[in-house]
Design a protein around this ligand. Structure first.
Ligand SMILES: C[S@@+](CC[C@H](N)C(=O)[O-])C[C@H]1O[C@@H](n2cnc3c(N)ncnc32)[C@H](O)[C@@H]1O
Length: 176
């Protein structure tokens, strides 16, 4: 049983998708193949599929993946460990609330980001949302700057999240 299975007995455990995240993908000039790494119950995967993105949802929670499939059978659900998942071939990679850079997870998350940056296809866009934290944002940026590829920053802003009474940082980068 995956850790989040018990939480996903509650509908929309993480609430609505962030409005600014929806707006980012709505206004984006092109659609394409998108992978949602750690898709949860699909709050993002579902709206992205409705917008016309071809969405693959990856998670270890079968409960979450089954809920996604039940709401939109066109979304491909993949039970897999995101640390071993290759994002090559996708136009967009979404990571929402997957990174925190707490001390105990620092190295694992660092390796995850390094692998995603390495595997991403040229021209692909990584969109990451993390709970506002100067330290975590700096860590993420330092990993991006140390990568052997160049990334163009196409969005770097804060998202209001009234349900959580906090803000999220939205970063979107394109591999050059
Ligand atoms: C904080 S939730 C975020 C869910 C979703 N991204 C959202 O914002 O609604 C983290 C999700 O990542 C999944 N997860 C955690 N570690 C994972 C791993 N190594 N491989 C695949 N999924 C993982 C959990 O099962 C959970 O659904």
């Amino acid at each position: 049983m995956a850790a989040y299975d018990k939480h996903y007995t509650k509908t929309e455990y993480f609430g609505e998708p962030y409005k600014a995240l929806v707006a980012f993908f709505e206004q984006y000039s092109s659609r394409g193949k998108l992978v949602d790494l750690g898709a949860g119950q699909g709050r993002d995967a579902l709206f992205l599929a409705a917008l016309g993105y071809e969405v693959d949802a990856v998670d270890v929670s079968v409960v979450g993946l089954e809920q996604i499939k039940a709401q939109n059978p066109l979304i491909k659900t993949v039970k897999a460990d995101i640390h071993a998942f290759c994002v090559s071939g996708y136009d967009f990679v979404l990571m929402d609330s997957m990174l925190h850079f707490y001390r105990k997870d620092m190295e694992k998350e660092r390796r995850l980001v390094e692998k995603v940056l390495e595997d991403m296809s040229i021209g692909a866009v990584l969109v990451n949302c993390l709970s506002k934290s100067g330290k975590a944002e700096k860590t993420l940026m330092s990993i991006i700057e140390a990568a052997r590829w160049n990334f163009e920053i196409i969005e770097n802003s804060y998202i209001d999240y009234p349900e959580g009474k906090c803000e999220y940082h939205l970063l979107a980068i394109k591999k050059q």
